[in-house]
Design a protein around this ligand. Structure first.
Ligand code: HH2
Length: 257
């Protein structure tokens, strides 16, 4: 899954895709490079970010979706039913909701109506404050229990189970140690019986793991290592900014398997 953030403030590609032609060109390039789907986002969820209105989010993503309609498999990264509805009307096939259908009570029905794929992600707290001293007794079992409950919620609201993937939400209300533990004990997440999506690309946890305690992002080298490790542990979808490099890395891993 390639990432195109149509935002001024995303942590790694903020500002570069604000022009819809540039954003659409990036999405097309990612598909050419081997992405199966491109995730379009109009609102940053980086630590400390403020939320924006549905009108502003639509203003950012609709021109991009219109340019790609019918051409590129698209996911919409949103927690708002209004944005999801318009995106699905414009041909998006997956709703990627970092709140796992908690923020907007109407989102589950919108996804169900369109028979959309849905990604349910774990987040502790909300982006503005989530990295302020996150604590768990056992991060892996708490994340797994949360995802199991949200999966049941989605199905109860009409989303087909075979349309749903789950995501531990790397960096969303988690320390480096929490993120590492989630990857070490990945089998607990796989036991929920749905494909697992992981977003490690360029995240600050990677920068911290290679020795910079104040890192705000992680380099490509570390992103590739993390993606390969997640793939080998059983991740089905990798959400990445650098598609070509990840496709090449995975091609080698698969050839050696
Ligand atoms: N990470 C980000 C955004 N959306 N969605 C899922 N399912 N999983 C993730 O790990 C995930 C996500 C954060 O990364 P990015 O989109 O690059 O930055 P920002 O939120 O600042 O736009």
């Amino acid at each position: 899954m390639g990432v195109v953030n149509v935002t001024p403030d995303s942590f790694s590609d903020g500002g570069i895709h604000l022009d819809p032609d540039t954003a659409a060109a990036s999405a097309r390039r990612m598909i050419d490079e081997g992405a199966a789907i491109v995730d379009i986002g109009g609102e940053s969820t980086r630590p400390g970010s403020e939320s924006i209105s549905a009108e502003e989010e639509l203003r950012r993503v609709v021109p991009v979706l219109e340019r790609l309609q019918g051409e590129v498999a698209l996911s919409i990264d949103t927690a708002k039913s209004e944005v999801a509805r318009r995106s699905l009307e414009l041909g998006a096939v997956l709703v990627n909701d970092v709140t796992a259908l908690r923020a907007d009570p109407a989102l589950a029905e919108v996804a169900a109506e369109h028979d959309a794929y849905v990604c349910l992600m774990h987040m502790r707290g909300e982006p503005r404050t989530m990295q302020v001293d996150p604590r768990y007794d056992d991060v892996v079992s708490e994340v797994a229990a949360f995802l199991e409950e949200r999966l049941a919620f989605a199905v109860a609201h009409g989303v087909r189970e075979d349309r749903i993937c789950l995501d531990p939400g790397i960096g969303f209300g988690k320390t480096v140690e929490h993120n590492v533990e989630l990857l070490r004990r990945f089998e607990v997440l796989l036991a929920l019986g749905r494909p697992v999506l992981v977003g490690l690309s360029r995240k600050s946890t990677l920068g911290k793991l290679i020795g910079d305690p104040n890192a705000k992002t992680g380099p490509l080298s570390a992103s590739l290592a993390a993606a390969v490790a997640a793939y080998e542990r059983g991740a089905t979808i990798l959400r990445v900014h650098d598609v070509r490099e990840h496709v090449e890395a995975l091609a080698v891993v698969r050839a050696l398997a």
